[in-house]
Design a protein around this ligand. Structure first.
Ligand code: NDP
Length: 243
C-alpha cells in the first residue's frame, strides 16, 4: 500500500505544469489533495478529472501573495481532512530579462510570488504543523538556486532565497517532527516561460526549452519526498534533463 494513502497535501500553483502533474500523481496514489491557484476554472477541470479517476481533491482559489488566502486554504484542508501532512509551495513566475531592461514590475512580481509566496506558506502552515505535531514543507526552487545566468539574475535571487529559507526552516524546526524539502528542477515543460516579455529572451528560451523534462518527472520527485517514512527528511533534490 502506498504510504501517501490518506495523507493530506496542499499544492500551490496547481493550475498548470509541475503543480498540476503533482496533484494528478499524488491523487492517483490515494493522497487527499487540496489545490490552489488563481485560475479556478483550470483547477476545477483538473479536479473533475481526478475525481473521475477516483481521487480525493478540494479546490480553492489562491493568490500566494496574500497571507490570508494561504491561511484560508490551510483551514479548508484541516476542516475537510482533519490534518495537513504537507504543503507544496510550488507557485512561481519567471519573467526573465537582463537587468538593464529595468523591468522593475516583473522583478517585484517574482519577489512577491517566489519569495513572499513561500514565506506565506510557512507563516500559515507552521503554527498548524507545530500544533498537530508533524508536517512537511516541500518548496520548489530551481537549478537557478545554485547558479546564476544572464537574464535570470532576479529569478535566481528569488530561488537562492527559497533555498536559504528551506535550509533555515529545517534547522529551526529540528526536533519538532517537521520536514523541509527543497526540489530544484532544471528546464521542465510548463507554462512558466509564457510570462517572459523581453523579446530576445523569448527567442533564447524557445531554443533552450527543447531539452525540457516532462513536468511528471518533477512530480515523481515530490511524491518521493513526501512518501518517505516520517523519520526520513529528504533535504534536497536536484533534477536536470540528461544531455
Ligand atoms: P507554470 O507556469 O506552468 O505554473 C506556475 C503555477 O504558479 C501556475 O499554476 C500559476 O497559477 C501559479 N501561480 C503564479 N502566480 C501565482 C500566485 N500569485 N498565486 C498562486 N499561484 C500562482 O510553471 P511551472 O509548473 O514550471 O512552475 C512551478 C514551479 O517550478 C515554479 O516555482 C517555478 O519557478 C519552478 N521551476 C520551473 C522550472 C521549469 O523549467 N518549468 C524549472 C525550475 C523551477 P495561476 O496563474 O492560475 O495562479
Amino acid at each position: 500500500m502506498s504510504s501517501l494513502k490518506g495523507r493530506t497535501v496542499i499544492i500551490t500553483g496547481a493550475s498548470s505544469g509541475i503543480g498540476e502533474e503533482t496533484a494528478r500523481l499524488l491523487a492517483s496514489r490515494s493522497a487527499n489533495i487540496v489545490i490552489g491557484a488563481r485560475r479556478v476554472e483550470r483547477l476545477e477541470a483538473l479536479a473533475s478529472k481526478i475525481q473521475q479517476d477516483g481521487g480525493s481533491v478540494t479546490v480553492q482559489r489562491l493568490d500566494v501573495t496574500a497571507l490570508e488566502e494561504m491561511q484560508e486554504i490551510i483551514k479548508l484542508a484541516q476542516s475537510r481532512y482533519g490534518q495537513v501532512d504537507a504543503i507544496v509551495n510550488n507557485a512561481g513566475v519567471m519573467p526573465l530579462s537582463p537587468l538593464e531592461a529595468l523591468k522593475i514590475e516583473e522583478w517585484n512580481r517574482m519577489i512577491d510570488v517566489n519569495i513572499r509566496g513561500v514565506l506565506h506558506g510557512i507563516a500559515a502552515g507552521l503554527p498548524v504543523m507545530k500544533e498537530q505535531g508533524f508536517g512537511q514543507f516541500v518548496n520548489v526552487a530551481s537549478i537557478g538556486a545554485y547558479e546564476v545566468s544572464p537574464t535570470a539574475t532576479v529569478y535566481s535571487a528569488t530561488k537562492y532565497a527559497v533555498r536559504a529559507i528551506t535550509d533555515g526552516l529545517r534547522q529551526e524546526t529540528a526536533g519538532q517532527n517537521i520536514r523541509a524539502t527543497l526540489i530544484s528542477p532544471g528546464v521542465t515543460e510548463s507554462e512558466l516561460a509564457d510570462s517572459i516579455t523581453h523579446k530576445e529572451t523569448i527567442d533564447f528560451m524557445k531554443e533552450y526549452r527543447r531539452i525540457a523534462l516532462p513536468a511528471a518527472a518533477i512530480a515523481r520527485s515530490i511524491a518521493y519526498a513526501i512518501e518517505q517514512p516520517t523519520d526520513v527528511d529528504v533535504n534536497e533534490v536536484v533534477i536536470r534533463p540528461l544531455v
